[in-house]
Design a protein around this ligand. Sequence first.
Ligand code: GCO
Ligand code: MG
Length: 422
Amino acid sequence: MIDRSPAAIPQIPSRPARATATITDARVIVTCPGRNFVTLKITTADGTCGLGDATLNGREMAVVAYLEAHILPLLIGRDAHRIEDMWQFLYRGAYWRGGPVGMTAIAAVDVALWDIKAKIAGLPLYQLLGGACRDGVTVYGHANGSTIEETVAEALRYRDLGYRAIRLQSGVPGLKSTYGVSRDKMFYEPADADLPTENVWSTERYMTTVPALFDAAREALGRDIHLLHDVHHRLTPIEAGRLGKDLEPYRPFWLEDAVPAENQAAFRTIRQHTTTPLAVGEIFSSIWDCKTLIEEGLIDFVRATVVHAGGITHLRRIASLADLHHVRTGCHGATDLSPVTMAAALHFGMSIPNFGLQEYMRHTPETDAVFPHDYAFRDGMLHPGDAPGLGVDLDETLAATHPYSRAYLPVNRLEDGTLFNW
Ligand code: GCO
Ligand code: MG
């Protein structure tokens, strides 16, 4: 007969003290060290703090309201370790799910929880995500200028700084301003006014400039460097097919956001006409925005990013689907993504098998002072560092000296006044 007396039943050892981490505080911090950033800070009972970026450029306060009114009350008392469960709770539990505001808010919680888990483990986050798959995260820099000559000169400067991949954006003759061309060369910031700036756009003028830019750049830089270009959602599928074809002799690494991607099927037309690799996805909120693009092999790089696509938990899912279909990552990394997102992107990029390339627009010294961080640039790569967690802090005292300042992204009109995509 089996002895069922308590003394005879082997006892499950009690759980280690740090197997739960009860959330005791969660706050949203808004700061504008030159541009607006929204950060979520979550604290657990043992005093461990995690940071999550919640910045949605030009719509920042919508995410603040979403977090403060609808998410923070749900966090207190929950176990910070249960990241997947928290993700499901915030996504499925909302009923009205998806969309950039909600997914940015979920991303902030998700990244803060990963930060906490890694700090409690005493490891840099990439170790918890499976460990390093590579020596560092190769990044691309932004060379831009009002003319082709100026842009090529900038590209040479980036090459001398050690970059192995460079994005080229140049002014278009006849247009007063163009996406990607900045006043301050090293620190591009498109959200430039407290009411939207109006730009003028001409596809015809643009279409002749880009092949000339690539021709001049290959001439000056040779073949040993990756060259990229961002169309910023401004072409039709057939125009994109033609531009891709015109660029083929210069072997671009990718052509980005050639057309708006709400209609994923539109990419079939582009694919029929060019072998230039296609990248898309910086404004995607979830796997549903790129499912067809990935499954049908209509793109080569998915640019969905930690902060706008539901955090590390969801981006891993997108990357895993992409891996099945030979699609690599090319995460968005503009300056409106805070150093918290940059760090998260680096830990993520270190640990996935199908990493492609990471965008890197340097933050200003004012931003870096508010967000001291461990990541560093070396030999064309960013390295996340080995501090436990994400390796990013937020200097709240300094942050408080930079209050929120309303800023909009520009809008575009065609030469006849029609409102167009920016
Ligand atoms: C990029 C992007 C950015 C966006 C910006 C909008 O490729 O880096 O297109 O420059 O315009 O992130 O907020
Ligand atoms: Mg872009």
